[in-house]
Ligand binder design. Sequence first.
Ligand code: SF4
Ligand code: SF4
Length: 370
Amino acid sequence: MNDLVIDYSELMGKKVMCPKECGMCCLCQPEILNEERNYFRTNHPKAIVRVREPHDHFAIALKKGRGSCVFLNDERRCTVYQNRPTYCRQFPFHFHVSDRIKVELDMSCRGAWYGKGNDAISEAKELADNGEVRLRTALKEATSVYNEFFANCREAGVIADRTELRSSVSRNIDDLTDIAYIAKVMDASLEEPSVSLSEITAETHFDRDELNEAAREAALGSMSSSDPLSVPVYCDGEWNWNLFMASGKKIEWNLLDNDGDLHFKGSADPESITLPDIGGPDKNVLRDYISILNQRDSMMGSVFYTMDSLNYEDDMSNVYYGSLSVAIIDVMWRSAMLDRFMGTKGNMMREAIIFYDMDRLDAPTIGAFV
Ligand code: SF4
Ligand code: SF4
C-alpha cells in the first residue's frame, strides 16, 4: 500500500463478528465488478441482473425481486461464499474517497456492536490491499472534484474550516443530545448568515411541535415507499428483518422472511410518535454516535452535496450544523418509533442507530464509496 494514506480512526478499538443468524447485509443487492462478471455469467447466468439506477451496472438477483440475495440459503448462509462479490466481502466496511480515503464502519451491522470477533482495522487493511487499484483511481477522480468544490465555495464566500467545524461539535457534544439545544441550532442554521455553536444556548421554551415535525419528516424520508426494496431494513435482536413503509397517516410494519415474503405486524400513526428526551445510558450511546458522524467524511461529503445543490447560497457552518442536527433528530425519532412498535426501552438509541446508520451511509455525498 506504500504511499496510499488511509484513515482508519473510526475503527480504533473495534471488533467485528458475523452471527450466523443475521444475513441483513444480504438484503442489499450487491453490485458485481467487471472482473467478477465472468464467474457469475458462466456458473450462475440466471442470478445476475442489470440495474440501471443510480448507475448502470450488473448485480445479483434478489428473491422475488425484493427479498434477500438469491444465494442466501434457508440457514442464512452464502452458497457462493468463496466467490462472493467484492462488495459482500467489504461489508460492514465502507471506503469513502474524497480528497483522502477514510474507512467507515456500518453501525447497522449488529456484528459491530458486540465488541467480539476480528480486529476491525486488520480486516479493513486487508480489504484496502486487495482494492488498492480501485482506491487509487477513485482518489484521483474525487480529489479533482473536491478542488472544484472548494474553489466554488471560495468564490461564493461560504467556505469554513472543516477541522474547526468538527472541533466545535466535539466541544458541544453533550449539548447536541438535548432537543432544546438542537432546536436552537436548527433555527440559527436557517436564520443566521453563519453559525457559531459556542454562541448558542439551549432554550427552555422551543417549538416542540415544529421540531417533532422536522424529525418525523427526516425519518420518514426513506420509509415513504410501498416498495419493500426501497425502504430501510432493521434487523432486530431476534434476527428478524423488519420493514417499515410509510404513506399518509400510517406507518406499516412488516417482517420480511427468507423467501422474500412479507408478513404484516402492525401499524401506527406517525403523528402519535414524538421525540423522546434522551438520558442515562442512551445519552452516552447517542453522544458516541454523534462523535462518529462528526468525524465521517461521508457526512461532510453529504453537507458538500447539499451546498452544491443549493448553489452555494449557505455558509458551510450553517449546512454542517443544520445537517448534523437533522441526523440527530432523525435517529432520536426512530428510537421512539421502534420503541412504539416493539418495545426497545433500555437500548432505544442502540436499536435506532442499527436501524438508521445504513440510511445515513446511503445519503448522497460528494466523493464516492469504493
Ligand atoms: S450485517 Fe453484519 S452481522 Fe449481519 S450478516 Fe452482514 S456482516 Fe454479518
Ligand atoms: S453473494 Fe453471498 S454474501 Fe453476497 S449478498 Fe449474496 S448471499 Fe450475501
